[in-house]
Every structure is written in structure tokens, then in C-alpha cells.
Design a protein. Structure first.
Length: 320
């Protein structure tokens, strides 16, 4: 299929009718119909069944629709880049990050980068690690690189660069744990209820491996994918959430000091932070500079976390 065929087919699939597709593309309806017929002639099979004036995808059309969606995403990116280059934009990045990294570290990294390159443009999305790695591993992935907690299970087409690590922390309702504990350890979780994390996510996998290595079987009646949700559930129940310290400190900072306790968890256990990117394209020089800014932002954030978790107040359970 030619680029124009892809554009028209995608518009019809998205809008549902030729007339709405024509309006979206700002062309006449006969023009859309002509391009569609030309595409079908070249392919040698119909893309739609026409029943009582309505279009329904054929089996072949359905098979093509997903790939055309990806191809259209690439075409949109090319058009956007061309427009930015015409406007003199210095660099344009399509970035994906896990929610915690996207909220707690990426904004500072972008701020630092734009101080040096004020005309840079960014398109940012947040995804869970598993979804991010799968998306990046497909052709027509839609973004240039991303930041995740580790890259285990990444497709062979995805490369990774470790840029740091974060501590773990425990979040629970005040009064649930004995007072004056300087930190929480795996052994302290015996008899406690936990908010479980999906093993598809790096932290869930790390904790599961650590539990199995110690012969522990945690009581986790609730299991979630999002770390901030784990904190919210812990604050509203008699269960403990073990999450990355970025998420934990940010969450506790929004709560009443009398409501939530924050404790360091297993100080020697860290969760890796990685930059991930398509192996076929590599990590361009401009992107490496942004990754360097991200690394710096993470280091600064970690120093703040260390100061908070290692303070004398940690022995009482931090309310920050």
C-alpha cells in the first residue's frame, strides 16, 4: 500500500464512513472513494464489504487495520518532524516512562535539558514497564526511547542502559506497625497482609523472587499493577505496600501526617532504573544528553529520599 492509501484507509476505519473520512482529510468524498478503489485494485482484494450503504471491514481489511494504524503513526511522526524542522526546532523527542519515573524524575530532566536547548519539543506518555517494553519492541513503536524500572523480559529488539537505582519503602496506615522501627525487613512481614504487585512489573517480580528465596509466602489479598494505587490501598486498609521510594515519598507527602507511615524497606535491596530504546535505531547523541539529564535528576531525587528515610524520624515512622 502507498502512503496515500494508508492515510485514506486509516481515516475510513477511524471515522466509519467515507463522508466523515473525506471531512477529516479535507478532500471530496469522490476523491476518497477513488483512492480506496485504487488501493483495492493494487492489493487484489477488497478492504470493505458494502452492505446497504455501510462499510464493513473484510477479513483481509481487519488483518491490515492494526498494521496500518502503526504505519499511520509513523507517517504522523514524519510529518510532525518535518514541521518542526521547518520551524527550526533543535530536537524533538517522543518519550515513554513508567508513571513514577515520568512524574518524579522526568520533569526535572526536561527542565534541565530545555535550559540548554530551549527550542526542543517533547511528546511524553506514561505506561507500565511491561507494556512500554512490548510497545518499544514492535516496529512502528511510536516513541524514541523510554525510562523503566529494569528491562528484564524486554524483546530482543530493545536495548537498555542502566542509569541508576532507587530504594524501596513501606507505606501503611499509622499504628499498624510497632513504633520506633528504623526500617522494615522481609522477616517483619510474617503475619502481615500486603498489597501485592503484579509480577509482570519489575518491582512485583523482584519482591516475588526475594520472597521465594527466603521461603516466605506473603498474604496478599489485593494485587495491583500501579504502585501509587498500592499506596492508596495501604493507607485505607490494614495492609502494607512495598513500593519504590519515589512513589512512596511522593504519596506520603500528600497525606495527613497522622494518617500514613513511611519506613525504609530492606536498605540493601534496590530497584534498577534503565533507559530503553530500539536496538535498530540506537540512542542518538541528543537523546543521550537528555538521558544524562535524567540521570542527574534521579541522583538529586535519591539524595532527598536518603535524607528523609535515614533521618532520626524514620525510627518513629515518617509522616512527610
Amino acid at each position: 500500500m502507498r502512503a496515500r492509501h494508508i492515510e485514506v484507509f486509516h481515516a475510513i476505519v477511524t471515522e466509519g464512513t467515507v463522508s466523515r473520512a473525506a471531512k477529516r482529510l479535507r478532500v471530496s468524498q469522490p476523491s476518497v472513494t477513488k483512492v480506496l478503489q485504487h488501493a483495492e485494485d493494487e492489493l487484489g482484494f477488497p478492504l470493505f464489504h458494502r452492505v446497504k450503504g455501510r462499510l464493513h471491514l473484510t477479513e483481509e481489511g481487519r488483518a491490515l487495520a492494526l498494521e496500518v494504524q502503526r504505519a499511520q503513526s509513523v507517517l504522523d511522526s514524519v510529518q510532525l518532524l518535518s514541521k518542526r524542522l521547518k520551524q527550526g526546532v533543535q530536537s524533538a523527542f517522543r518519550i515513554a516512562a513508567t508513571p513514577a519515573l515520568g512524574i518524579e524524575a522526568l520533569p526535572d530532566a526536561i527542565s534541565r535539558y530545555t535550559e540548554r536547548h530551549p527550542r526542543a519539543h517533547f511528546h511524553i506518555s506514561t505506561q507500565h514497564s511491561g507494556s512500554l517494553l512490548r510497545t518499544l519492541g514492535r516496529s512502528g513503536h511510536g516513541f524514541d526511547f523510554g525510562f523503566t524500572f529494569g528491562a528484564e523480559g524486554a524483546p530482543a529488539s530493545v536495548a537498555s542502559l542502566e542509569v541508576g537505582a532507587v530504594r524501596l519503602a513501606a507505606v501503611c496506615r499509622c499504628g499498624l506497625l510497632p513504633p520506633n522501627k528504623p526500617a522494615l525487613h522481609f522477616a517483619d512481614l510474617t503475619g502481615q497482609r500486603l498489597i501485592g504487585l503484579e509480577e509482570e512489573e519489575p518491582l512485583g517480580r523482584l519482591l516475588a523472587e526475594q520472597f521465594r528465596a527466603r521461603g516466605l509466602a506473603p498474604d496478599a489479598p489485593l494485587r495491583v499493577q500501579t504502585y501509587s494505587l498500592a499506596c492508596a490501598l495501604a493507607a485505607a486498609s490494614s495492609a502494607i505496600a512495598i513500593v519504590d521510594a519515589l512513589t512512596a515519598t511522593s504519596f506520603v507527602g500528600t497525606r495527613s501526617p497522622a494518617a500514613v507511615t513511611l519506613l525504609p524497606f530492606e536498605p540493601n535491596v534496590r530497584l534498577a532504573v534503565t533507559a530503553v530504546y530500539p536496538l535498530e535505531t540506537g540512542l542518538p547523541l541528543a537523546a543521550r544528553e537528555l538521558v544524562s539529564c535524567f540521570t542527574h535528576a534521579l541522583q538529586v531525587r535519591n539524595k532527598r529520599i536518603d535524607s528523609l528515610l535515614d533521618s532520626p524520624r524514620a525510627a518513629e515512622g515518617i509522616h512527610a
